[in-house]
Design a binder for this molecule. Structure first.
Ligand code: MTE
Ligand code: CO
Length: 442
């Protein structure tokens, strides 16, 4: 096998799909174009190792376990708490050969290890184009200029004095499931769907900050720009900025993590992750889009007829079963819990259907927990498993009535050139021994 490091140019998002596939051949990825053939030769990224945990019979009833016989750690042991040592395997993971460098790269949320709808801060996937910038908040400024009455430069303290709001939202990278456009490729829920996280943001409404500067009548677009070495910039329609965008400084109650844009990030509810500028340092108001690299050469969807869809901002309804999944096989006959997540960039997801037999029969899953606007919902199906083979799928319905399509339905209208906006239905095959695999049917 050739050196995988020089087989890619930031494959997931920075490489065109065609280039990606050609080069992937050298990297050992399945190279045929037919979806079926790809499904036969899926790439196996490093599997989660649940940490060779072993039970010690001396700790089991009727014995008194060792932790009942000694004092535990003092309250001073961990000024900042961390997960139990038995949860060491619950980490973000990346696929080393996927990108040329680890600074312009991505890692993935371990969806199969999580429950409920909140992604813990330390497990939110990261996508950087120039590494994670470490910014002293005292040295950070947000500049607001262009078609405004009065250009302004804000300190972090200035920002925090605007009225504060709390909103729970998912962020999904447009390239999530992008590897799966032509067929099943990555054998793990973390890798096929892990470019999504769901966080409670605290911050201020962008409209309030814009109002402070005063918008000129011809203002229509914003250019938003990050302070990291990539200087990531995108054009954002003013209408969206005024509707529900936020400048956030807290995630799940604490300061943003460095990786998520500390000290300030843009929140663009329901729209593709690339617009959610981290380490945001500049907002320019204009009357037309800037046609930046990330909205022309990237983040456009090349159709089969050679035309490209542009400004495909909204993330359509999607769902995935996180357990069972390749990293979380079935281990027990009898009572089992199937669970997963669903989301939509167009509002709430009031309903999710699940099939266990490849789409012949569907049943409505039980959503448990809050159903919020542009946020993950959590669903469950409690079922009895007697070792029969299963083909499991989930299908989200959003509040607009839109139903998550199959991958083939999507391919019919979008072709297979794009690496973005793949919200097709995922299939997992559960074998008689419980092992679970990424497959495609139909
Ligand atoms: N903002 C800056 N400044 N630099 C970046 O590289 N990456 C974008 C977006 N904002 C990026 C950025 C992309 S492509 C995505 S998907 C999200 O941030 C990822 O956010 P996360 O790292 O919090 O998951
Ligand atoms: Co992205």
């Amino acid at each position: 096998m050739t050196d995988r490091r020089d087989t890619s140019a930031d494959r997931i998002e920075n490489a065109g799909r065609r280039k990606f596939l050609t080069r992937a051949v050298a990297g050992g990825l399945a190279a045929t174009t037919g979806a079926g053939a790809l499904a036969q030769q899926k790439q196996e990224p490093a599997k989660a190792d649940p940490g060779a945990l072993k039970s010690n019979p001396r700790n089991l009833p009727p014995n008194v376990p060792k932790w009942s016989k000694f004092l535990g750690d003092s309250v001073a042991a961990h000024p900042y708490g961390k997960p139990s040592k038995f949860e060491k395997h619950v980490v973000r993971r990346d696929v080393e050969w996927l990108t040329a460098s680890r600074e312009s790269s991505v890692n993935f949320t371990p969806l199969h290890e999580l429950d409920g709808i909140i992604t813990p801060n330390g497990l939110c996937f990261e996508r950087h184009h120039g590494g994670a910038a470490e910014i002293n908040p005292l040295d950070h400024r947000l500049m607001l200029h262009g078609l405004v009455d009065k250009p302004l430069l804000f300190t972090m303290d200035d920002i925090k004095r605007f009225p504060r709001h709390n909103r729970m939202h998912f962020l999904e990278c447009a390239a999530n499931s992008g590897m799966e456009w032509r067929g099943a490729q990555l054998n793990g829920c973390q890798f096929t769907h892990g470019m999504v996280h769901n966080v409670m943001y605290t911050g201020v409404m962008l409209k309030d900050v814009l109002a402070e500067a005063g918008l000129k009548p011809n203002a229509k677009w914003l250019q938003v720009e990050g302070a990291d070495s990539s200087g990531m910039n995108r054009s954002l329609p003013l209408e969206k900025a005024l509707a529900d965008c936020m400048l956030a400084f807290k995630m799940n109650g604490e300061a943003l993590r460095t990786e998520q844009g500390y000290p300030l990030r843009l929140v663009v509810p329901g729209w593709e992750g690339n617009l959610w500028i981290k380490w945001i340092r500049r907002i320019e108001v204009g009357d037309q889009p800037w046609m930046a690299r990330e909205e022309t050469s990237k983040y456009t969807d090349l159709l089969a007829d050679g035309r490209s869809r542009r400004f495909t901002f909204v993330m359509d309804a999607k769902s995935v079963i996180t357990n069972p999944s390749p990293e979380a096989p079935l281990r027990h006959k009898g009572r089992n819990v199937l669970t997963g997540i669903a989301w939509s960039g167009r509002g709430t997801v009031p309903r999710v259907d699940v099939t266990l037999d490849g789409g012949r029969n569907w049943r409505e899953a039980r959503i448990d927990g809050p159903i919020l606007d542009k946020s993950l919902v959590r669903f469950y199906v409690d079922f009895d498993w007697q070792g029969q083979e299963l083909m499991i799928q989930s299908r989200a319905h959003d509040q607009t009535g839109y139903v998550q399509p199959t991958k083939n339905e999507l391919r019919k209208v979008r072709g297979v050139n794009s690496i973005y906006h793949n919200n097709g239905i995922q299939t997992w095959l559960v074998r008689a021994n419980g092992e679970t695999e990424n497959v495609e049917i139909g």
